[in-house]
Design a protein around this ligand. Structure first.
Ligand code: NAD
Length: 295
């Protein structure tokens, strides 16, 4: 039988912990604040933003959605991110995708203060991560590692294959696995034949966005598979990138795997950022993230 590596229990633990820390912080005078900047009328994005807002509210985080409209000018998006970066009541900033045509995600995300970059979107965060310096990893990438740890999957010395190389998932996941002493291979759309690599994986992470991309011929039966893909179905459901009937040792479900852990980690990162901000002497702000040992 395939072991289901679920994420809902872990997500609940993370949210509960974040709520406890948020309450303590609020007690001492700082309410954690999260801002989600939206410039799209995409329905699945709206659904995701509402679920973040709801989860944040329950955890005692003050969440505001800044909706600039689907046709928002990139200049306005940048200015909004700068304003929120300077706003002392905001501790976490998320730039939601998709963005209007002509807006470049990494370019705009560079306007997010790295200390508030709770979804690791600023290229500075990605760079720090690559260099092994403290940074918030993108929440989805961090969720993959949290799930593997939660289910006690050994990483040091293991063969890990990551399919997908985006800045939000594939690349940071590969970096995090590397930090954990795994041997990491990254496959992507120009990899001619996935079966040349994926069957060697002890741990396979798939973040592409194509239903049934991974089937039995891609995996060995002892593999642990993390399915990051979220593909909407015509009946309003959600499927991953991995054929759910694959014969492997363990598989994360979609929905109920990486997704809920991702949302929970956004809250955790926001509360951590608020804790750091509350501890920070007003003018010594600059060096805090770099010298923190909490990551
Ligand atoms: P993306 O489109 O930015 O990147 C997709 C990657 O897949 C690219 O690097 C591309 O090279 C690679 N790819 C495309 N076709 C391929 C093929 N045939 N074989 C191998 N590689 C191929 O997508 P993304 O933002 O990285 O997201 C990937 C998936 O993860 C999507 O389904 C997305 O919805 C999902 N996602 C889930 C969460 C979550 O919290 N669960 C968060 C973010 C993204």
């Amino acid at each position: 039988a395939v072991r289901e590596l679920g994420g809902t229990g872990l997500a609940r633990e993370i949210r509960t912990r974040a709520a406890v820390d948020a309450a303590e912080l609020t007690e001492s005078g700082t309410t954690p604040g999260l801002a989600v900047v939206v410039a799209t009328d995409d329905e699945s994005s709206a659904w995701y933003v509402r679920s973040i807002a709801r989860a944040a509210g329950k955890a005692g985080i003050d969440c505001r959605t800044v909706d600039l409209g689907a046709g928002a000018d990139p200049q306005l998006i940048r200015a909004t991110l700068e304003q929120l970066s300077a706003d002392g009541s905001v501790h976490g900033i998320i730039l939601q995708t998709p963005l209007p045509a002509g807006a470049h995600f990494e370019d705009l995300a560079s306007a997010i203060d790295p200390r508030k970059d709770v979804d690791g979107a600023n290229p500075v965060s990605l760079g720090n991560l690559a260099a092994g310096l403290p940074a918030y990893p993108p929440a989805t990438a961090a969720a993959v590692l949290e799930l593997l740890d939660h289910h006690e999957v050994e990483l040091a010395g293991r063969n890990c294959v990551v399919v997908g190389r985006s800045n939000v998932v594939g690349k940071p996941v590969a970096r995090l696995l590397l930090q954990r002493d795994a041997t990491v291979t990254i496959c992507h759309r120009h990899t001619p034949e996935l079966t040349a690599f994926t069957p060697d994986a002890d741990v396979l992470v798939v973040a592409v966005g194509k239903p049934d991309l991974i089937t039995d011929k891609h995996v060995r039966d002892g593999a642990i598979v993390v399915d990051v893909g979220t593909n909407p179905t015509t009946d309003g459901g959600l499927v991953g990138d991995v054929d759910p009937s694959v014969h492997v040792a363990g598989l994360t479900p979609v929905p109920g795997g990486v997704g809920p852990v991702t949302t929970a980690l956004l809250l955790q990162h926001t509360v951590r950022s608020a804790v750091r901000s509350a501890r920070r002497p007003r003018h010594a702000a600059e060096s805090q993230l770099r010298t923190s040992s909490e990551h």
